[in-house]
Write a protein that binds this ligand. Structure first.
Ligand SMILES: [Zn+2]
Length: 294
């Protein structure tokens, strides 16, 4: 028999190549946060619609439309979600299409099935594992704390359990960029060891991004975070492109805007340069474009 944890691990995610579809994972995290605050099992679609749209805008790929009604309806197929039927929903199965208006018109509510809800309520350790599994599987590590805050989950687990996949990745990338941030050149060391310098995946490893130099960038903690949130990306010519949506005062100018249109600091060998196919993925799936005027 599948354990509860496996059941969450094996939710069916719409997949086309390496496109990101974080809808169901974000809905599950949103519901778990709601329950942790003592919320009722059945949650109104109206509330989920608003919250999930924000989450998709902040942590999902940029899309023309955001569709919170899809995961709300389709998570039923995974056996993890229940929607008491009424009105226009009465004759619909979980495979049928349902639209936002229909859900709103009948004041639809949804939530985990009673048995599951009760078991999770009694088992905060299990909730913690499920949350960690979902974060590890679908989101870059730099986003984990932000997502937890946004869904209101407090799990006393600020230290990331990030798995070590290739212990050499970090070293190889930092070496490739001579131990400095490819954007700002940050290179502070303590007794010879770099501090606040990280190896970023351009195409996330959660979406088959490999642990190789052409898929990596050495970035300071700040630029790593901004890169993973899609505040800036790279052009095919490896210029830094800042999003039109990004703004701020002097700090924004200093940390970001002045780099707009400039090339990254080059790695020490030509074959270490970011491969355009990974950059293209970042532009499509992470960057919150369009980019500012050049
Ligand atoms: Zn930097």
């Amino acid at each position: 028999m599948e354990t509860i944890r496996q059941q969450f691990q094996s939710i069916n995610i719409w997949r086309r190549g390496s496109e990101r579809a974080p809808h169901k994972p974000l809905l599950i995290l949103l519901a778990l946060g709601h329950y942790q605050r003592g919320g009722e099992r059945l949650i109104s679609f109206e509330w989920i619609n608003e919250k999930l749209k924000e989450l998709l805008k902040d942590f999902g790929p940029r899309r023309q439309f955001y569709r919170p009604e899809y995961p709300f309806w389709r998570l039923q197929n995974d056996g993890l979600w229940e929607i008491p039927k009424r009105g226009v929903l009465l004759n619909k199965t979980a495979n049928d299409d349902v639209n936002r208006k229909e859900l709103l018109s009948v004041s639809a509510v949804g939530g985990f099935p009673e048995g599951l809800y009760q078991r999770l309520k009694k088992n905060p350790g299990l909730v913690r594992e499920i949350v960690r599994d979902i974060l590890d599987k679908y989101f870059s590590e730099t986003l984990h704390d932000d997502i937890l805050q946004s869904v209101g989950l407090d799990l006393e687990m600020t230290t990331s359990r990030s798995r070590i996949r290739s212990p050499h990745f970090r070293n190889n990338i930092l070496k490739a960029y001579e131990y400095r941030c490819a954007i700002c050149g940050f290179d502070i060391r303590m007794a010879g060891n770099p501090v606040g310098l990280e190896a970023a995946h351009i195409q996330w490893h959660q979406y088959e991004g490999p642990d190789i130099e052409p898929n990596g960038l050495a970035l300071c903690s700040l630029h790593h975070k901004l890169f993973d949130r899609g505040v800036f990306t790279l052009s095919p010519e490896l210029e830094i492109l800042v999003s039109e949506y990004a703004s701020g005062g002097e700090n924004f100018d200093f940390w970001l805007k002045r780099h707009h249109g400039h090339k990254i600091l080059h790695p020490q060998r030509p074959d270490y340069y970011p491969d355009p196919k990974y950059v293209t993925w970042h532009v499509r799936e992470v960057f919150r474009g369009p980019s500012r005027y050049l």
